[in-house]
Design a protein around this ligand. Sequence first.
Ligand code: DGJ
Length: 548
Amino acid sequence: MRKTLSLPFAALALSAACVATAATTAPHLASRDGRTALIVDGAPFTMLGVQVNNSSNYPAALDKVWPAALDVHANTVEIPVAWEQVEPVEGRFDFGYVDTLLAQARQHGQHLVLLWFGTWKNTGPAYAPEWVKFDNKRFPRMVDKQGKTIYCLTPFGDETLKADRKAFVALMTHLRQIDAARHTVLMVQVENEVGTYGTVRDFGAKAQALFEQAVPAAVLQRQKSPVALAAAGSWREVYGDYADEYFHAWAIASYIEEVAKAGRAVYDLPMYVNNAQRNSAAPLAPWKDDFASGGPTYDVIGIYKAAAPHIDIAAPDIYNPESVQFDATLAKFQRPDNPLLVPEMSHAPGYGRYVYQVLGSGSLGIAPFGIDYTTYTNFPLGTKLTGKPIVEPFAATYAVFGSMQRLWSRWAFEGRTHGVAEPDDRKDRTIAMGAWTATVSFREWQFGEKSWPSHPAEFPPGTEQPNGGVAIAQIADDEFVIVGQHARVRIASTAAQGNGAMFARVEEGHFEPSGKWVMERNWNGDQTDWGLNFTAQPVILKVRMGRY
Ligand code: DGJ
């Protein structure tokens, strides 16, 4: 049975040993019972992140970055460090931008996740220095099945790997020097949305020779074949029609491993790769030019685990608004060997509700993409708005989670949290929590039942599109912290105990930085008779259930 946890305990659970080592221990991942937490300064941390637009990685752009991060109540900014920027001339490194970035992040109370745009950014070499991307002899590109040289640098370029690794090691060395005692930088993303569009793999001579060889044992161990074929042998013999994609995933992951391993040897921060996804809700099928082959799509996470043990997480970038897709993505990427992290998500308004689902699912963090005030917008992937309105779908939600961030991360690490977003079909969602079940419904007025003949036909304002979300932490057997927007929550007993159940207390309030709960008012009467009704403005409720 789950251990009962009292709030003061949760707040004070930072042990003396943790405090003593916090100042010196770099951010790292800790795992327990199949769950993982990002530990920052001795305790679990949830990244309420934003990712800036692609070209905001220059000192001159930073004054458009911080105001947006602060307006959205973020605690972490994900921002590129481009290879072309730090090594414009081979062997001559300039980390001036990184120094300015860290200094300004600290001034603005922000952590950072650095995005290493090296050999691959959205699969291409655009962010590699010119001396790399136009010297195809030394830094070869891939060759397609017809023998044509294509846009993507090959993962079999020894010189490319050597040069990328050297630059990355220089970055990590610099980072250790300026940040090992401060922990401004929490994680590093190695490359960006790797894979290849238009061809399933490299068909160059070196690639072809390796493709004919036996699948490495480590891959066989971690990656089951989707088809019943040979248990060992060549890629084709084991993986059939999936062989080309799987081989390419292995090649890219092996390359990234070399970069990450060398970087971590000098400064050991958590590292992850992000994924331009394949359709996560459709039945699995071999690559048909329908996604970037070789990227860390859900179906090849095992290959990345085998080939790149220095990469902690294969993380989904989510730009498909459909709730069915969203559910499928979280279900496929969250595994005991692969913690959930959503390092990129569209900033279109409909995605605001997904923050509840992602953080309730125990994600290490989340970051809508394109949050800065540079006036660029990636519509139709993201919002068409620019300026302050871009933060609106996220700001109030981030504010409530931010006010209890350390508590929430601890509850998530303990497996106490749950989250739902309003599905596109607007139907109820249920959450099983031990002896209790929460039912979350949407498009409800705060009073009465939809089933009443006298119930108005009109829906509450702000619910024209799916916009509801709820996250619940079960902090004790009968006690819950609930946050939400545009949703009604009812809690029923699932245990056959006594004659019935009802709310004992429904306190609206906030947590002090120390973790102490401060009640502002107790909900009762109309405020609880029709469930707990969350409106556009998220609030925190501390709810205790009782039985009679
Ligand atoms: C996903 C990439 O990782 C981002 O850098 C960006 O290009 C978005 N797609 C599109 O805006």
